[in-house]
Write a protein that binds this ligand. Structure first.
Ligand code: ATP
Ligand code: MG
Length: 467
């Protein structure tokens, strides 16, 4: 398909890349995008409405890129020379959002078309600039970006060449200011302008480079890739709420496993997840296996259209960092269960300073971890009560994940797999067998009581059935 597509994209190859003020124009004969095909009719109507009102308006960014690659666009973004207030005035269903970067959201039921006003390059200078429209901090990071400009300006301040393609739905023409079509053809992620400066302006672009490389299976062009490891620590300056959004995009877009490998390769993982990165150093095999498997499962669920929750993902990413903390607290004399709870609390609080995980997810993270403590305790009515818990499924899935990474739980996952499917009488039998096993092991256990509890090789939690 790509080959066929590029037979129609007959563009000269060029090496040097000075900024362009005139675009390469691809007419409808030179590309396969059609306004009636695979393009949201709402997006088309927003563009047409703005054009009828006398403004310039184009589809831009990921949707044009993805359509050229024969992928389903995630959403449709529009760029226009109308200001946010002018855009809002054209639509009944529009809202201005954002401060750092003002945008208009035009709502059509559940679909939102995002409309951005053309931006100009940011004012340069070493000193701190501060105004209502634009602001940078001392390292050059853009704090506010509301300096409006022309279409040409707008193309230059976009992140990657492949994201700077504008599609005029009326004339069915593509405007290419940064030779993005060339980079799509060569499967390259390339920043527009000087890479280091562009990362200093907005370090999140490093995460975006990795995200698009993973999603599209593209390579990060060497000058775009080179500064990343050095500048990766700058992610620490990004507001934690923005990083939460970015991390969800990294891990919940269906390419989490590939993304994780790239984050490691470019030293971007540690500034996002410092405790997990430390666990990767201390216990590399288990940590790597558990995180990878969690991400592979997530990708698979997304492929199958099954729901995924950020809580499970964060529970897995952070879990390998727990045992060392639990051990430290136990060494100070804290009993195992309070030590686990305190360690969980500390770990989540620390992580939230980097990535602001909302409470509605941190609570289930702890519940999933607590479940690991409770799933081994099945005697009496406990197993049935656990099964009724709303958190059972996530806890059970997490147990299987731990086992697949090498935690020795004594076959606990398999036991629960059978128990869930079993008839009442078989369930009673299974519980009786547990009790008799317990009785048989009683003497042994008594001897162990004063000493260390039995635990999974890498588990933070005891797995014995006797608490
Ligand atoms: P996705 O498929 O994830 O939606 P996208 O490329 O559309 O990919 P968005 O985050 O929706 O990404 O952003 C829309 C467009 O806005 C991008 O294609 C890019 O041109 C521009 N953009 C977004 N974030 C930045 C940034 N941090 N710096 C510069 N340009 C950006
Ligand atoms: Mg988009």
């Amino acid at each position: 398909m790509l080959k066929k597509l590029f037979q129609t994209l007959r563009l000269p190859l060029r090496r040097a890349r000075p900024p362009r003020t005139t675009p390469e124009v691809l007419t409808s004969r030179q590309h396969p995008l059609r306004r009636g095909q695979r393009i949201s009719r709402h997006a088309v109507s927003v563009v047409e409405r703005l054009q009828q009102a006398g403004y310039q308006a184009y589809l831009v960014g990921g949707c044009v890129r993805d359509l050229l690659l024969d992928l389903e666009p995630k959403d449709f973004d529009v760029a226009t020379n109308a200001t946010p207030e002018q855009v809002r005035a054209e639509f009944r269903n529009a809202r201005v959002i954002g401060r750092r970067f003002k945008l208009v959201h035009v709502h059509f039921g559940r679909e939102i078309i995002e409309v951005a006003t053309f931006r100009a390059q940011h004012p340069q200078g070493d000193e701190e600039v501060d105004s209502a429209q634009a602001a940078r901090n001392e390292s050059g990071r853009i704090l506010r970006d509301n300096v409006y400009g022309t279409l040409e300006d707008d193309a230059q301040r976009r992140d990657f060449t492949i994201n700077a393609l504008y599609f005029d739905v009326t004339a069915e023409r593509i405007l290419d200011y940064a030779r993005g079509v060339h980079d799509i053809r060569n499967r390259l992620i390339r920043l527009i302008g000087d890479p280091e400066q562009r990362y200093l302006e907005d370090p999140v672009r490093m995460l975006r480079a990795v995200r698009f490389a993973a999603k599209l299976g593209f390579e990060i062009e060497k000058h775009t890739a080179a500064p990343i490891p050095k500048l990766a620590p700058m992610l620490r300056e990004i507001p934690p709420a923005r990083l939460f959004d970015e991390v969800l995009k990294l891990f919940l877009s269906g390419y989490a496993e590939r993304t994780y490998q790239l984050l490691l390769q470019y030293d971007l993982f540690a500034p996002l997840f410092p405790a997990s990165a430390a666990a990767l150093e201390q216990n590399p095999e288990y940590t790597h296996r558990l995180i990878r498997q969690a991400l592979i499962n997530t990708d698979e669920r997304i492929r199958l259209g099954k729901p995924v929750t950020p809580a499970f993902l964060f529970a897995a990413l952070l879990w390998p960092a727990l045992p060392a903390r639990v051990a430290r607290l136990q060494e100070r004399g804290m009993p195992p269960i309070p030590a686990l709870q305190e360690a969980a609390h500390e770990l989540i609080s620390e992580q939230c300073q980097r990535i602001a995980v909302p409470k509605r997810f941190t609570i289930p993270i702890r519940e999933i971890w607590d479940m690991q403590e409770r799933l081994p305790r099945r005697t009496g009515k406990r197993a049935d009560l656990l099964l009724e818990s709303p958190r059972f499924r996530a806890g059970y899935d997490f147990l299987l994940l731990r086992e697949s990474a090498g935690d020795d739980t004594g076959g606990l996952g398999a036991w629960w797999t059978v128990y869930q499917e079993a008839s009442d009488s078989v369930r009673r039998q299974m519980i009786r067998e547990l009790s008799s096993k317990d009785a048989g092991e009683g003497g042994q256990r008594k001897r162990r009581r004063g000493g260390r509890r039995r635990r999974g090789s890498n588990a933070a939690t005891p797995v014995s059935d006797d608490q």
